[in-house]
Design a binder for this molecule. Sequence first.
Ligand SMILES: Cc1cc2nc3c(=O)[nH]c(=O)nc-3n(C[C@H](O)[C@H](O)[C@H](O)COP(=O)(O)O)c2cc1C
Length: 202
Amino acid sequence: MRILTICGSIRPNGLTNTLLEETVDELKKIVPKSEVERIQISDVKINVCKVSCNSVCSNNPYQCVQQDDFQLILNQMKHADMILLGAPQYFRAPPAQFHVLIERLVASFFNYECSNPKGESSPVHGKLCGIIATAEYSNPYVIMEYLADFCRILKMRNVVLDNFPYLGVAGQRSIEGTEIFHPHQRCKELAQKLVNLSKVLQ
Ligand SMILES: Cc1cc2nc3c(=O)[nH]c(=O)nc-3n(C[C@H](O)[C@H](O)[C@H](O)COP(=O)(O)O)c2cc1C
């Protein structure tokens, strides 16, 4: 099983990565031979969408004219059996560098699908995605919705949980947050759901 983690936090040792790794550990308990690839947004070279070149991505399926890590990341996403997407809330929004990546992916998918000259469908259609969002004093659900929306636009499948907060795993740096969101139990639940669904889809 090939797992790809995408960590949208600028801090590699922060709470978001801790919960991503906890979910990876749970996945590996169920499927020990899993391979893991990791994308850490602070290591990624990604430029903002230039917008004015949209005729390129409108006419070429899921491609971008810019020479940076965009195509590499999209290839890693295509190759994975499942993706774990994690992001924290920084000043009421996801970290800027992470949003640049999301914006680029969304732009290329949206522009191509609006024109769709060759009729190719999303190369990550139905890809299983687990969502992890963290915050300190705000409600991490804002970031969960943002990540779920990203999954919808790329036509990936956001694997939801049977328990609150449903869209995925949420972490808050406070005792109250931990009591409300139970991130450790939810990491386990998310891992199990991802494996069950990947078996169903095989
Ligand atoms: C630059 C910055 C801005 C932040 N802004 C918010 C915020 O608006 N709301 C909030 O609840 N927490 C905020 N936090 C706290 C983080 O969301 C929280 O600590 C989160 O767990 C960080 O994840 P990380 O450790 O993976 O980076 C901010 C933290 C940083 C470093």
